[in-house]
Design a protein around this ligand. Structure first.
Ligand code: ADE
Length: 266
């Protein structure tokens, strides 16, 4: 039997790095911290919406452990992952936003026992994002990126060569590697031509959410091109660009989803 998600249940919001979560944490009201499994789960509200904010730390195991705790102990009705990623598609530029439609773990290969990328004994290689959640996040990202310099300022736009950042929807691939050579990103593009972005957590959370039946989507801001210059200015990009975009996108999405819940309630 499936039950409809309770609108009073919190949304779980996960990020891998402190700087990716700090902007949201600073806005949280009534934050109460629960320590569990070496993580701090911050329970409270953001703009009046119940949320649980948590730092997963980096990588698929860290992300999966965090998502499993959110699912089993905090009764979240959906999860969102936010943070940076490396742009893989030639259509995606640094400063653009990629919202997931599906996820794949690019470093999983149990062939010849199972097809490459398939998670053994699930029959699944690509985990779908929740369509309504992903659509809502894309709309919010488009609204926010209509005026990017009001968020980050002209000097920062100029410093990172950002002109007119765009929003893309598509496949995000995850693996336990920071992709920082052109050889590796070229190989990934060749193997998975529809992959828009690469990061280190999303597909692991997608697998956990699939197993728990919890809607999930990710919103990722492109910090680099997953090539030999991938680590240049990475911390500065997160502080000055990613955290501002991501706070604005999530707040916009929360206010839109509140309006939708209010209209359903009549
Ligand atoms: N997150 C941000 N950039 C990344 C990259 N190049 N590889 C993996 N994860 C990333």
């Amino acid at each position: 039997m499936t039950t409809a998600p309770n609108p009073a249940s919190p949304i779980g919001i996960i990020a891998a790095l402190h700087q990716e979560l700090s902007g949201l944490l600073a806005l949280m009201r009534g934050g109460q911290c629960v320590h569990l499994g070496s993580r701090e789960f911050w329970i409270g509200d953001l703009d009046g919406r119940p949320v649980v904010l948590v730092l997963s730390r980096v990588g698929k195991v860290a992300a999966a452990a965090t998502a499993a705790a959110l699912a089993s102990r905090f009764g979240v009705r959906a999860m969102i992952f936010t943070g940076v990623a490396g742009a893989l598609s030639p259509q995606v530029a640094i400063g653009d936003v990629v919202v997931s439609t599906e996820f794949l773990q690019h470093d999983v290969d149990a062939s010849p026992l199972f097809p490459r990328w398939e998670i053994p004994l699930t029959g699944i290689a690509r985990f779908e994002a929740d369509a309504a959640l992903a659509d809502g996040l894309s709309r919010s990202a488009r609204d926010v990126l209509a005026d990017p310099s009001s968020l980050v300022g002209d000097a920062v736009m100029h410093a990172f060569g950002l002109t007119a950042p765009r929003v893309h929807s598509g496949l995000i691939v995850s693996g336990d590697r920071f992709v920082s050579t052109a050889a590796e990103s070229t190989a990934l593009r060749g193997a998975l031509p529809d992959a828009l972005a690469v990061e280190m957590e999303g597909a692991a959370v997608a697998q956990v959410c699939h197993e728990w039946g919890i809607p999930f989507a990710a919103v990722r801001i492109m910090s680099d091109r997953a090539d030999d210059s991938a680590s240049v200015d990475f911390p500065r990009f997160i502080t000055e660009v990613e955290s501002r975009y991501s706070v604005a996108i999530i707040r916009r999405w929360l206010s839109g989803s509140q309006a939708a819940a209010d209209s359903r309630a009549g």
